[in-house]
Design a binder for this molecule. Structure first.
Ligand SMILES: [Zn+2]
Ligand SMILES: [Zn+2]
Length: 374
């Protein structure tokens, strides 16, 4: 027991500290040394356990009274010192984690995110890129390589920012919290405000020997080639979100997302509206009158379309399931073919005779003046 530090000393307190002071000091120590924020850092882990043990005793009025009177002999020293810590009965555990994790991810539900919390895990920023793809690539989906400049965790120091074999020092000014209290005299009296700690820049730690690769930042900005999958049916201006492919988070926070907004190049053949496609087919008025079968282009290649006799110009035919799949349901829309009638030009004598006969039978007047040529 000779090498054990006094519980008050562990938390940076004097004997006789109030419950509120004990709680606050523990909170700062736990925040500064939490193993999740210092992966593989044995010294931080030891300090974290030490703080847990101290708090387990000092937060319990009964144990605290015994410790105050008899020292370590008054309490079971193994209490709360087990591997992993947090074996004690912490009524305000959620409260404390709420502080440490600031409402992020896995510990959701514990309090709200705090703007002032600069030392807790922070999610990385989202990256936004634009990607031009062809009409067909949008309809069928595609895989594309894109180059992005993004912030990745530094592999040399595993994101700690420290040279190999070294650990950061907990900032003595803010005791690792990253924030300091300031007092200002104002006409209304003394005003208290908190702000980022100037000594450590709000990080809560001081790196004495920074990692050579990232110069202590823990992350590096680098060009990366990413292979992204664009789902079938995406439309112009829509965005694909690729989870965790954005910038690296800070202090163990998750990476942001990569948001890819597609620009779909127009097709010379198809016009698209939602999941439906629109095309036009030109036929002669004779074909329209007598009926015919034509080949029309679809995304799956040409298909036959039956044109019944007596079809009028502007008639629309539906090809079921020849549209684009819906992003949400995967169900394909339809293709609509609008028929456009053409009038024959430069007919030979025989063709004109036959048409004149047709008009005579129908009692239609013909014989317009020839169009003037300029
Ligand atoms: Zn590094
Ligand atoms: Zn500081």
């Amino acid at each position: 027991m000779a090498d054990k530090r006094d519980y008050y000393e562990v938390l940076g307190l004097k004997k006789g500290a109030t419950d509120e002071e004990i709680k606050k000091a523990y909170r700062q120590a736990a925040k500064a040394n939490h193993p999740d924020l210092h992966p593989g850092d044995k010294a931080a882990e030891a300090r974290f356990k030490e703080a847990n043990e101290a708090y387990a005793v000092l937060s319990d009025p009964d144990k605290k009274a015994k410790y105050d009177q008899f020292g370590f002999a008054g309490v079971d020293p193994s209490y709360g010192a087990g591997a992993g810590g947090f074996t004690g009965d912490f009524g305000d555990l959620g409260d404390i984690f709420g502080d440490i994790f600031g409402g992020f991810g896995g510990f959701g539900g514990f309090g709200g995110a705090r703007q002032q919390n600069r030392t807790g895990p922070r999610r990385g920023e989202n990256l936004r890129v634009r990607l031009a793809i062809s009409f067909e690539e949008a309809a069928f989906g595609c895989k594309k390589d894109i180059n992005v400049t993004k912030v990745d965790p530094c592999l040399d120091c595993k994101g700690t920012g420290c040279a190999p074999g070294t650990t950061p020092e907990v900032c003595p000014d803010c005791r690792g919290s990253g924030t300091v209290m300031r007092q200002q005299r104002t006409p209304f009296g003394m005003m208290q405000s908190t702000g980022p700690c100037p000594k450590c820049g709000g990080t809560g730690r001081i790196i004495h020997s920074p990692c050579a690769k990232c110069r202590g930042a823990g992350s590096i900005r680098a060009q990366r080639k990413l292979n992204v999958s664009i789902p079938a049916g995406i439309d112009d201006g829509e965005t694909v979100s690729l989870r965790g492919q954005g910038n690296a988070g800070a202090n163990g926070g998750p990476a942001g997302d990569l948001l890819v907004t597609v620009q779909v190049r127009p097709s010379p053949t198809f016009r698209r509206d939602g999941t439906n496609l629109y095309t036009t087919a030109s036929i002669s008025f004779v074909q329209a009158a007598l009926g015919t079968e034509i080949q029309v282009p679809t995304l799956d290649g040409e298909v036959s379309l039956n044109i019944p006799e007596g079809t009028q110009t502007g008639s629309v035919f539906r090809l079921r399931g020849k549209g684009v799949p819906s992003l949400r349901t995967g169900l394909k829309g339809d293709q609509f073919v609008t028929v456009d009638l053409t009038t024959p030009k430069n007919m030979n004598r025989r063709q004109k005779e036959l048409l004149q006969e047709f008009a005579d039978i129908a009692g239609e007047k013909t014989g317009g003046k020839k169009k003037k040529r300029f």
